[in-house]
Design a binder for this molecule. Structure first.
Ligand SMILES: [Zn+2]
Length: 152
């Protein structure tokens, strides 16, 4: 096993599943920005304390030309109680909206449990929001009620 870095052993983000911040089989926490980890830690702490929600991190840093994962500013995660898929995706989305993320996406059709994307993009005067439908099309949150019959 590779030597642990300071960031893997330090306790600055005790409420985050640090062990799941992995890319291509290797820990990649050193690629993530502090403010992104700090906000994730706060959100996940509250999720567990208030709602009894645990989380699974699906994706953090990953290679690419676009988006906020290659910048170390984004996480894809699933909140759950007993197993991924058992917390309504719109409840997850609404919960994340309480935190100052720059972007929040809902993924109701993820096979291994519906979940959300959060990122710390900056420089816009609103939160970027979206959801992705079963065909992989990115759609506006204003369409959720029409499709799912729920208010978000
Ligand atoms: Zn993402």
């Amino acid at each position: 096993m590779a030597k642990m870095t300071d960031r893997q052993t330090v306790n600055r983000w005790p409420h985050v599943r640090i062990d799941q911040i992995i890319y291509d089989g290797e820990p990649c926490i050193d690629r993530m920005t502090d403010d992104t980890l700090d906000l994730l830690n706060t959100m996940c702490r509250d999720a567990e304390r208030r709602n009894g929600w645990l989380h699974r991190i699906n994706s953090s840093y990953r290679d690419g030309e676009t988006g906020f994962h290659p910048k170390g500013k984004a996480f894809d995660l699933v909140f759950f109680v007993d197993e991924p898929g058992d917390v309504d995706v719109w409840d997850q989305y609404r919960f994340a909206k309480q935190y100052p993320w720059g972007g929040i996406g809902a993924y109701p059709e993820w096979n291994a449990g519906a979940g959300i994307h959060v990122d710390t993009r900056q420089g816009i005067d609103h939160v970027a929001t979206w959801w992705r439908d079963a065909r992989g099309v990115y759609r506006g949150i204003n369409e959720v009620q029409k499709v799912y019959g729920v208010m978000v």
